[in-house]
Design a protein around this ligand. Sequence first.
Ligand SMILES: O=C(O)CCC(=O)C(=O)O
Ligand SMILES: [Fe+2]
Length: 343
Amino acid sequence: MSNPLKVVDISKPIADISGPLLEAAQLQGFLFVDGHDFSQNEVDALFGLSKQFFTETPADVKSRYAIQSNNIGYTHFTNEQLDPLKARDFKEAYNFGNLNFKTGDFNVDDATFNNRPHTAEDHENPVPEVFDAQRDLISQTVKKLHATAMRILQVMSQGLEVENPDFFTQRHRPDQASGCVFRMLRYPLTRDDKVDNEGCDTTIRAGAHTDYGSLTLLFQREGQQGLQLQTGDTQSQNWDEVPFVRSQYEGRAPPLVVNFGDLLSYWTAGVLKSTLHRVKFAPGETRERDRYSIVFFVHPEHATKLVPVPSKLVAENSQGKTPPTITAAEHLQERLRATYASN
Ligand SMILES: O=C(O)CCC(=O)C(=O)O
Ligand SMILES: [Fe+2]
């Protein structure tokens, strides 16, 4: 399969890679990031853990950890109801949140995480047993994912010629409350493509959407492709498949699939592209193999004010218009509300 995306090696000097990274962010909103420091063994262990959780945990146990309004927990969309919307999103996921990248803590209770007294709306965010037994692996992973994301933001800042090269990283400090989420996903194979769902395409497993935050980093597995991004204008409805590519480094995990989210697009007056994407299987493919993916959604600190980025490129693009200044937390709440409203 040909590869429509650029591969950028983030272990190379920033000056050599900031141009290509910015170009990918502006034109496609997607790229592959190689030169990260995840080994294949480490990523295999994560996918093993994900498989163990999804396939060995009884449904009633999973439902005890059901997703909360803070976006933490287990979510399951089944095609058992004859609801075409639900049929399209036949997948299950577990979201880890309230992450502290300095300590490696995750699912911290809401009051402690937000550093305020406990209120009735707060959640405790208990961790399922399978994950509790692997705390170190999860902590190490989220710390490294955050560090990788910070490197990408730095390279991007240089590409955007932001006056302060730390503008973005200063707003994504590792130990401050944010909406960052680490998510394990499984798209099971047990459906029958031939089921007529009132004309809707039953091979689509995650409907077309853009991501909410700053950046998204994703691990996929060989032979389990399915992610597609929209190319061309929104009318033309062309979809490019994200292929599986290997790292150029021996023993390293494959390059991360990285895309830019709505918040970064908003924040840069549209210079960076938040691209529509979806998960779709070729007919028949759904009966051969599950798709597993592991995703890290990066968000700035909750209190971050989305003020104009001090960059000529961004200023030119905004053409003197200044959108109302909102915080990252307000932006996230708005997007989550819209998602729940459409379900
Ligand atoms: O599983 C995938 O490949 C994509 C997941 C995704 O786009 C998302 O969860 O936002
Ligand atoms: Fe997504």
